[in-house]
Design a binder for this molecule. Structure first.
Ligand code: IPM
Ligand code: MG
Length: 360
């Protein structure tokens, strides 16, 4: 049965990488991958088209689709818009609308790229870490929030960090289940020594752990976790944490791999419907020049095949093809190295298509 993919290219390099990713997926049609693609505007492109970073037509398309393939949003021309019109709101509203609470951000180091890290290769070679970030609650969405004048007449900004136990327990379950399929080690990151919200977080994690006796649960304060990630990153298997801490730690973890241009992500709800996006941003500085690395969105598409479409075989093929082009020394500018075959966005996609054709 044909599956429908809502393609939201967004801004900056988003359109060029999504275009190439769709081409790669289409090249699998003769092997039996039946996907149809429909595109809609989001982020700055949504604002340009409909004065809304998440136009209703885009929501409607996503509602009718089996999964969302997302490029990137944001750009300097939108930086001074009022907050509700900002490109990022398109993404935040999509997460909330579809209740995409479970954000999987793997940080894996391909052997060919171990030297691209700013850490010594022996600390990152073989790194295979997964950050599971809660994505629909916490200080990102907590009320009240605002900027007002306080009784002393001073302007005061405030946001509210909050989690209820149902929100914590559902992400905990995903964390334990994910760990069960890996090395069975789950590290929950909080700030329970200072923040009530995360004290509850820790209590609920411990309660849910009783259902998963085979998983080793540990706890770490977020400041220590930030330090341990650069000190000895390979100590981690799965990290589960809240929205705010996960935002920060996942950027840190991505840099361990040396190539943020390589990392995919998935944001899932409890029905396994998901939004799939590379974790690099819209990179306005190189947009439109055909230089961007399409491998992160291609690996995101592999996650889409695996998690939302139940097509793990095709996901394996895509991932193997990416490994093969790296082994063949194809590199985009972000991962360039002496003696490599330097290619742009579409040639990298061509290389992946060839690798798929040859069977990797
Ligand atoms: C991310 C991004 C977003 C976030 C922005 C673009 C709203 O930084 O996906 O990590 O803060 O969640
Ligand atoms: Mg972020």
């Amino acid at each position: 049965m044909t599956k429908k993919i809502a393609v939201l290219p967004g801004d900056g390099i988003g359109p060029e990488i999504t275009e190439q990713c769709v081409r790669v997926l289409q090249s699998l049609r003769p092997s039996g991958l039946a996907l149809e693609f429909e595109t809609a505007a989001v982020g700055g492109a949504g604002f340009d088209q409909a004065k809304d970073p998440l136009p209703q037509a885009t929501v409607d398309l996503c509602e009718s689709a089996d999964a969302i393939l997302f490029g990137a949003v944001g750009g300097p021309q939108y930086d001074n818009l009022p907050r509700p019109m900002r490109p990022e709101q398109g993404l935040l509203r999509l997460r909330k609308h579809f209740d995409l609470f479970a954000n999987l951000r793997p940080a894996t180091v391909f052997p060919e790229l171990a030297h691209a890290s700013t850490l010594k290769p022996e600390f990152v070679a073989g790194l295979d870490l997964l950050i599971l970030r809660e994505l629909t609650s916490d200080i990102y969405f907590g009320q009240p929030r605002g900027i007002h004048q306080n009784p002393q007449g001073l302007r005061e900004g405030f946001d509210t960090m909050r989690y209820n136990e149902a929100e914590i327990s559902r992400i905990a379950h995903v964390g334990f289940q994910t760990a069960m399929k890996r090395q069975r080690r789950l590290c929950s990151v909080d700030k329970a020594n200072v923040l009530e919200t995360t004290q509850l977080w820790r209590e609920v994690m411990i309660e849910i752990a009783r259902d998963y006796p085979d998983v080793e649960l540990s706890h770490m304060y977020v400041d220590n976790a930030a330090m341990q990630l650069v000190r000895r990153p390979k100590q981690f298997d799965v990290i589960v944490t809240g929205n705010m801490f996960g935002d920060i730690l996942s950027d840190e973890a991505s840099m361990l791999t040396g190539s943020i241009g390589m990392l995919p992500s998935a944001s899932l709800n409890d029905k396994k419907f998901g939004l799939y996006e590379p974790i690099h941003g819209s990179a306005p500085d190189i947009a439109g020049r055909g230089l961007a690395n399409p491998l992160a969105i291609i690996l995101s598409a592999a996650m889409m095949l695996r998690y939302s479409l139940d097509l793990a075989g095709f996901a394996d093929q895509l991932e193997a093809a990416v490994r093969k082009v790296l082994a063949q020394s194809y590199r985009t500018a972000d991962i360039e190295e002496p003696g490599c075959k330097l290619v742009g966005t579409s040639s990298m996609a061509d290389a992946v298509i060839n690798a798929l054709r040859e069977g990797s």
